[in-house]
Design a protein around this ligand. Structure first.
Ligand code: A3P
Length: 323
């Protein structure tokens, strides 16, 4: 199997070299526009390997996000929900000593290149930043038994969060910072890590309307407002609803508190520049900044906000999705 992959990769490299290139905010090799989405080369290769090698199982769950929309939070919640029978002591829980990214598999599009995913036991819980249309039809179609949990976030907050994050990465690489204006220009044109943001969100939104049993579509803002409601929804979607006994014990609130920004961001493991291994070697603290709704107001001028709102209105018009 390794030989086949090596050969595949050679062909993929040739093909990828011919595709359009765009600004990589993190300061590394340029992004490639692959089937409508801007990806680092390694991730584009990962998509091809997923198509060629992944055998979907009905029990697969993909935790999918547009970057900076709440990936860390979703991973923490999913881990706490799925593993609550073995980790029911919330005073002594893996999330208190490990960064959420280190408790789950790395992004499937990065992981598939290095590890034989077919050897993993079911159910496989695979994080991803890929747009739905980049998955094979056998996984993404309404008739597929695979499940996707997607979280999205207000585009202005997502943009501001991404700009901060990418500048942290640039600092690590000693690359000069990217201006807010340049980043906004790029984001608005769709050229952002895994972007265009709007197309990414819409793919999952439409699928969630067509097949709500396959795609659970969550919003960061809703989770912030009513975390227990959405923790229950998530557990039900994963076929792991809370029992009456668990409800009486207050497990839902315990999970909400364990995974809250206030709790996780203040833990030793998520501070002090600890290196996160699975999430591409960045500091664990980089995944926690403010964790607030509406922080864009502290960064974007009214003109910038207006311009972004116009794009959002245009893209989401008639879809029933709004922010
Ligand atoms: P801000 O930069 O606005 O603070 P991702 O996890 O997808 O990379 O997204 C990171 C964003 O989610 C950051 O937003 C981060 O602070 C916020 N975040 C991280 N953990 C969170 C949590 N447990 N609850 C709420 N927000 C969280």
């Amino acid at each position: 199997a390794v030989d086949v992959r090596a050969k595949d990769i050679e062909k993929l490299e040739e093909m990828l070299a011919r595709l359009p290139k765009g600004k990589n905010w993190a300061g590394g090799e340029e992004l490639i526009q692959y089937q409508g989405f801007w990806l680092p080369k390694e991730m584009a290769k990962g998509v091809m390997l997923i198509h060629g090698h992944l055998k979907p199982r009905p029990t697969d769950v993909i935790l999918s996000t547009y970057p900076k929309c709440g990936t860390t939070w979703l991973k923490a919640l999913a881990f706490a929900i799925i593993n609550r029978s073995s980790h029911h002591d919330f005073q002594n829980h893996p999330l208190l000593t490990s960064n959420p990214h280190d408790l789950l598999l790395p992004l499937i599009e990065r992981y598939i290149n290095s590890v034989d995913i077919e050897t993993l036991p079911s159910p496989r819980v695979c994080p991803s930043h890929l747009a739905l249309s980049l998955f094979p039809n056998s996984m993404a179609a309404a008739s597929s038994p695979c499940r996707f949990v997607y979280i999205c976030r207000n585009p202005k907050d997502t943009f501001v969060s991404m700009w901060h994050f990418m500048n942290k990465l640039r600092r690590l690489k000693q690359v000069p910072p990217l201006s807010l204006e340049d980043a906004l220009d790029s984001f608005s044109k769709g050229v952002s890590f895994c972007g265009p943001y709007w197309d990414h969100v819409l793919g999952y939104w439409k699928a969630s309307l067509e097949s709500p049993n396959n795609v659970l579509f969550l919003k960061y803002e809703d989770l912030k407002r009513e975390p227990s409601v959405y923790v229950r929804k998530l557990a039900e979607f994963l076929d792991l609803p809370f029992s009456e006994e668990e409800e009486n014990e207050g497990i839902v609130e315990k999970i909400v508190n364990l995974c809250s920004f206030e709790n996780l961001s203040n833990l030793y493991v998520n501070k002090n520049n600890n290196i996160n291994i699975k999430a591409a070697g960045v500091n664990t603290s980089h995944f926690f900044r403010k964790g607030q709704v509406g922080d864009w107001i502290n960064h974007l001028s009214p003109e910038m906000a207006n311009a972004m709102d116009q794009i959002t209105q245009e893209k989401f018009r008639g879809t029933g999705l709004n922010f």
